[in-house]
Each structure stands twice: as C-alpha cells, then as structure tokens.
Design a protein around this ligand. Structure first.
Ligand code: SF4
Length: 377
C-alpha cells in the first residue's frame, strides 16, 4: 500500500497569552487508551495490559475531535495513555485531527513499539510534537523507575529519530524522592537530545503514584529555584506540571535579581491549572479538570465538551481563584499561581484546598496549614 502523503499540520496556534481559559483550554488531553506494556511505578492511569472494552471507538474519537475543534482554531490536543500506540487507529485519529486544524501531539510510552519507523509514520500523519518520558538519566535509573529493561534506550532512540525527522520533542520528567537527584543529569540529556521543552511534573499521588514518595515543600522550593535558573540559559523551554507555584518562585526570583518590587518578569497571564486551561477526557469519555483530578463533569461521549468546560459547576468553581481555601485563598499570587488543584484534591478530597507542596506562607496568614487539612480544609 502506498504511504499516505504527509498531512499539512497547523503550524501555530493562538497566542497562549491571549487565550481566555474560561472559554477554551490551553491544552485538551485525551487519554485514548489505558493499555500499556509498561508497569511504571508512578502511573496515573493505573495502566493495564489490555484495552478497556468501553474505551471510545474510532468514530466516537473523531466526534470528540470535532467537538474539540469548536473551542477555536489551532486547539492543542495531547493524545496520551496508557500507551497511545496500543490503539491500531492512532494514525487515523491523528490524520483526522490534523485535517480539522487541530495541533495534534502525542505522549507514547518508551517501548519496543516506538521504532524510528513509527516515529516517521506519526510525523507524516501530522503530529506537531512528540513528548517522551525520561525519569532517570541512565538506563539503570530510568528502567528501574519504569519497571522495564530497555525502556531508556528505546525512549532515547525515539527522541533521536524524532529530531532527525524534524519533529520537535518534549521530555517529560516526574519529580519525586526517587528521581530528584537525577535532575541535573537529566537537564544535560534534554539539551543533548535537542528537545524544545522540558516538562517537569511534580508527583501527585493518584493511581499507582500513591506508592511513590513526594519530595518535601522545602526541597520543591529549591528545585523550583534551580529550574528558574536553568530556564534562563537553556536552549529549551522549561515548564512545570501540577506545580503552578513555579510562577510564584520565578516572580520572586526575578524580582530579587532586578531589585524591583513591582516587576514580575514573566508577564501577567494567569497560571494554568486543572479546569482552568487544562481539560482531560478519559478513555471512556469522562471530562475531568486534569488527569490527576479524577472528578467528572460528565460524559462527553455524545457531545457537550465545550459547554461542560465553560459552564459546569466543577470547572467554574476551579476557575474562581477567590473561592480557594486555606493559604491559597488569601495568597497574593493566587491569580498567577492558584496551586495544584489536583494535589489538593488527592490530599484532602477538596479541590479548592491549599496545595500541600507549596512552602510559601502569605504575610499575616494564621489559618490552617496544608499539613492540618488531611480531611478537608
Ligand atoms: S500559597 Fe497557593 S496560591 Fe500562593 S504561591 Fe503557594 S500554591 Fe500558589
């Protein structure tokens, strides 16, 4: 069979600073399947070897992509899993989304399926960025964390194949007690692989991630300061996931450096948090504020994605920074940060509680601390 001609991919999306996150997400993540060959210690999805019988079908998936398009031109879509490569219709879905003007990106697992040939097929289908996970800078540290020998080599090989195909790559890293010492070596590896973005995810204890150990708030603070320094000189971008207080740390850091009490140095755009810039559709079509906040705003299998994102009580409450509780609720940084709503929910069952990983205490605050709010704030 003749190969498909390469899809023409939308080159740019809307200006991120101009996105009104009450109207559309910065990124819509679709968990196309929970199936995966790996058994990573930290897996949010609690991935399984086989596909779930009730996961969205090809035609339901295409309807979801049609709904996603209603957010506006150039909507960014991340196909995640599990391992998206476990779906035989993956290329068809990428081509469909690309033909509808969506910016399709992918987070495959580092398995033997991720061959250079597969990377080229994905690129031809219109993928605009490939995100791969590296949680250790050596085969030993990464493979131990991922529970699969050979995963490091397969991931690095795929990243190099993507680079050689001209496909931008993003490296995702999970930060927890088991991986935090690897960060300096990982920074060098991200550089060596010519990645365009390093996405550093601060562990939220959901799924199998519950068995991992988080770092302390003080350690998180020093990691953030280090990342802020890395971002000044690195040839790649640095972003954090489920740690919006990186914005607070960066503001404080740059303010200290400039000596100006009013300079925030990173612009005024609101922080992106669960339900406020992020939306997540599960493998069975449930709409969640994020993959780490498994509270459903309802099924979008038959429609309603845009309405639920904009109007559901759950999503609207997450966007109201003045409704936050505890120290996040009075923090002067709540509009640029807002804390991880997912981590608050994982620790307290209350998505509006304080983020327990943030060490900052607003001046004059004398209410409950996150360590006191284990069962509601
Ligand atoms: S207290 Fe909450 S809003 Fe303030 S910086 Fe920390 S996480 Fe962000």
């Amino acid at each position: 069979m003749a190969p498909h001609p390469p899809q023409s991919r939308p080159s740019t999306g809307p200006d991120p600073a101009a996105i009104d996150t009450s109207r559309r997400p910065f990124v819509l993540i679709w968990e196309v399947t929970q199936a995966c060959e790996l058994a990573c210690d930290h897996c949010r999805a609690d991935a399984q070897p086989a596909r779930h019988p009730d996961e969205l079908t090809t035609s339901e998936g295409k309807r979801l992509l049609d709904q996603t398009r209603e957010f506006g031109p150039g909507q960014l879509v991340v196909l995640s899993g599990g391992d998206p490569l476990a779906r035989p219709d993956l290329v068809e879905l990428i081509e469909y989304g690309t033909s509808r003007g969506l910016r399709m990106t992918l987070t495959p697992s580092g398995t033997s399926s991720l061959t250079p040939e597969t990377v080229h097929r994905l690129s031809d289908a219109g993928v605009t960025r490939l995100a791969v996970s590296l949680d250790g800078a050596t085969p030993s540290t990464h493979d131990t964390f991922r529970g699969e020998n050979g995963s490091f080599e397969e991931t690095v090989r795929a990243a190099r194949a993507a680079r050689d195909a001209g496909l931008p790559i993003q490296i995702n890293t999970t930060v927890c007690a088991q991986t935090v010492d690897e960060l300096p070596a990982l920074r060098d590896l991200v550089d060596e692989l010519d990645a365009v973005l390093w996405s550093v995810f601060f562990l939220v204890p959901v799924g199998r991630g519950r068995i991992l150990e988080s770092i302390s708030p003080d350690r998180a603070e020093s990691v953030m300061e280090w990342l802020s320094d890395v971002s000044k000189d690195a040839p790649f971008g640095v972003k954090t996931t489920e740690a919006p207080f990186y914005r607070r740390v960066a503001i404080q850091h740059r303010r200290d450096a400039s000596g100006s009490p009013s300079s925030d140095g990173i612009g005024r755009r609101l922080g992106i948090t669960a339900g406020d810039g992020f939306a997540f559709v599960s493998h069975t079509g449930e709409l969640y504020p994020s993959g780490f906040l498994p509270k459903s705003a309802g099924s979008v299998r038959d429609g309603g994605l845009v309405e639920r994102y904009r109007e559901s009580e759950l999503f609207q409450s997450l966007r109201d920074r003045d409704a936050l509780r505890g120290k996040c609720g009075v923090c002067e940084y709540r509009h640029v940060c807002g804390g991880s709503r997912s981590r608050a929910y994982a620790h307290t069952d209350d998505p509006l509680a304080s983020d327990p990983l943030c060490a900052y205490v607003p001046e004059g605050y004398d209410g409950k601390m996150p360590s006191d709010q284990a069962s509601g704030d």
